[in-house]
Design a protein. Structure first.
Length: 223
């Protein structure tokens, strides 16, 4: 069971490549305290003025992690992807240091399985997930797409013709297509939660939820 931590817990980010730097930078923007480390001094210096703290260290060495206080963090992100061996060793070191939550980037399914077995609480597949998302977007049916681990999907799209101009509870969208309209965006207005009596117009965008296959089938309907 993953330990529930406070929302402002400092975060240790290991690896300042594109993924790690983006993660550290966004956490800093969200006012989270971040310690970002990399064994490349040039990357450490590059990000020193954009992240709370940056340190040059070899995270493959558990003693080096101890020296920077890695054992005091409750959350760590292993953003190393260029070397599977380094990624696994760093994750194992964090497990040995009893860091409660470890998020680790994987470059393949087998890499992810190893990370999970050595103790990573969350395994991230950024390249695969980005590829899947782009595939759905270039199909022209969806404007945005997020898939979760249990095959649950959220998608933004234009509404099919049959739900326009009628109340959602009268459209049959849930009974016929097993998807739920959870939000509606009208031009010039913020997104609002959809209700049973919400009426979608020709100019609206909708947020829908459901399984991947049901969302795909719904997105293919006539617009």
């Amino acid at each position: 069971m993953v330990e529930v931590l406070r929302g402002d817990a400092p975060v240790l980010v290991i690896g300042l490549g594109r993924f790690g730097a983006a993660c550290a930078g966004e956490l800093d923007r969200l006012d989270r305290e971040v310690l970002a480390i990399d064994d490349n001094l040039e990357l450490v210096q590059k990000w020193s003025d954009r992240v709370t703290h940056t340190v040059q260290a070899d995270a493959k060495n558990i003693d080096a992690l101890r020296q920077i206080g890695a054992q005091d963090f409750q959350v760590a992100v292993v953003a190393v992807g260029s070397s599977i061996e380094a990624s696994v060793l760093i994750t194992a070191n964090l497990v040995d240091l009893k860091v409660p939550q470890i998020w680790a980037k994987a470059v393949s399914q087998s890499h992810g399985k190893i990370l999970a077995r050595v103790g990573a609480n969350h395994v991230i597949y950024p390249e695969r997930e980005a590829g899947e998302r782009v595939a759905h977007l270039v199909s022209g049916r969806m404007l945005d797409f997020i898939r979760f681990d249990d095959d649950f999907v959220l998608a933004k799209m234009y509404p099919p013709k049959f739900i326009r101009g009628v109340r959602l509870n009268e459209s049959g969208v849930r009974t016929k297509y097993k998807v739920t309209v959870v939000g509606v965006k009208s031009p010039g207005k913020p997104f609002r939660y959809a209700e049973a009596n919400t009426i979608v117009t020709n100019h609206d965008l909708i947020i829908v939820s459901g399984t991947n296959s049901d969302i795909e089938r719904f997105a293919a309907l006539d617009r």
